[in-house]
Design a protein around this ligand. Structure first.
Ligand code: NDP
Length: 279
């Protein structure tokens, strides 16, 4: 039976460390403020925004909410972003995605001051990650790295297969695992023989958005399996991209959903907010 990698517990450690840093900054008279911009009331986004605000409270970070109506225009949203960029009391800016269809997500991300880009999505942040320079890192893959390190998983020289090549998870995950000296393969929907490719992995990281897609046939016995997926199954139950019950019979270690990568994403956002004071 696989060892459970407990993201809830590890995320608490990261948040506590962040709290220690914000307390120290407060003693110097510095407050960390995160501006959270939400356009419309997408139910999933509301849950994510609420979780982020709660985490801010726990970490001693001030969260400033900017709620805009569903029909907000590009000009209106860009104006808000420019104002937050110019506001010296705001350290980090987060625009909750997805945005309604009339808004150009990529243009909005590019408009955020790279020094306040706590989501790590700005091209400058992505470029720095590729070049191995310090900068903001996308929170989900950064959270996976913390899970691996803090669970004592050695990455150096290991075969790592990442399934999914999105800009926010799969691609930055690949850069981060390279930095950890793993041998990295990034698979996607056009990959041939996906099962065989996955079975090469000592560390298998999955971010595809398909409920319980990865079964035991994709797993090398003893592999570390990290599941980034957040899905609802046919009964509305939260589940990952991995068939947890079947995969945990054969894997060496595995993250659950919920309670694995999800809480780490928010914890790394908090860390980025405090980094924004120093970066
Ligand atoms: P995207 O939809 O942007 O990307 C999905 C990727 O998976 C694509 O690269 C796609 O390939 C690949 N893919 C889809 N189907 C298959 C398949 N059958 N075989 C192989 N590859 C496949 O998703 P995200 O990266 O944004 O998110 C992935 C999952 O992670 C989702 O469940 C999402 O909810 C979750 N997530 C969780 C977060 C957290 O906080 N824990 C944060 C962000 C995401 P191609 O490029 O060829 O289309």
């Amino acid at each position: 039976m696989a060892k459970l990698i407990n993201g809830k517990e590890i995320s608490e450690q990261v948040k506590q460390e962040t709290r220690v840093r914000t307390d120290a900054l407060k003693e110097k008279g510095i407050t960390v403020t995160l501006a959270v911009v939400q356009v419309g009331q997408d139910p999933a986004s509301c849950v994510y925004v609420r979780n982020k605000k709660r985490a801010c409270e726990a970490c001693g970070i001030v969260s400033r909410s900017v709620e805009l109506p569903e029909e907000t225009t590009m000009d209106e949203l860009m104006k808000v972003v420019r104002e937050l960029n110019a506001d010296p009391s705001v350290n980090g800016i987060l625009v909750q995605l997805p945005l309604p269809p009339q808004l150009d997500e990529s243009a909005v991300i590019r408009a955020i001051d790279p020094e306040k880009d706590v989501d790590g999505f700005h091209p400058e942040s992505v470029g720095k990650l590729s070049l191995g320079l310090p900068g903001f890192e996308s929170c989900t893959p950064a959270g996976v790295i913390q899970l691996l390190r803090r669970s004592g998983v050695e990455c150096e020289g290991k075969e790592c297969v990442i399934v999914g090549r999105s800009n926010i998870v799969g691609k930055p995950m690949g850069m981060m695992m390279l930095r950890e000296n793993a041998t990295v393969t990034i698979a996607h929907s056009r990959t041939r023989n996906l099962k065989e490719v996955c079975r090469r992995a000592d560390i298998l990281i999955i971010a595809i958005g398909k409920a319980r897609f990865i079964t035991e046939e994709y797993i090398k016995p003893g592999a570390v399996v990290i599941d980034c997926g957040i899905n609802r199954d046919e009964n509305g139950k939260l589940c990952g991209d991995t068939d947890f019950d079947r995969v945990s019979e054969i894997a060496g270690a595995i993250t659950p959903v919920p309670g694995g990568v999800g809480p780490m994403t928010v914890a790394m956002l908090m860390k980025n907010c405090v980094d924004s004071v120093q970066i």
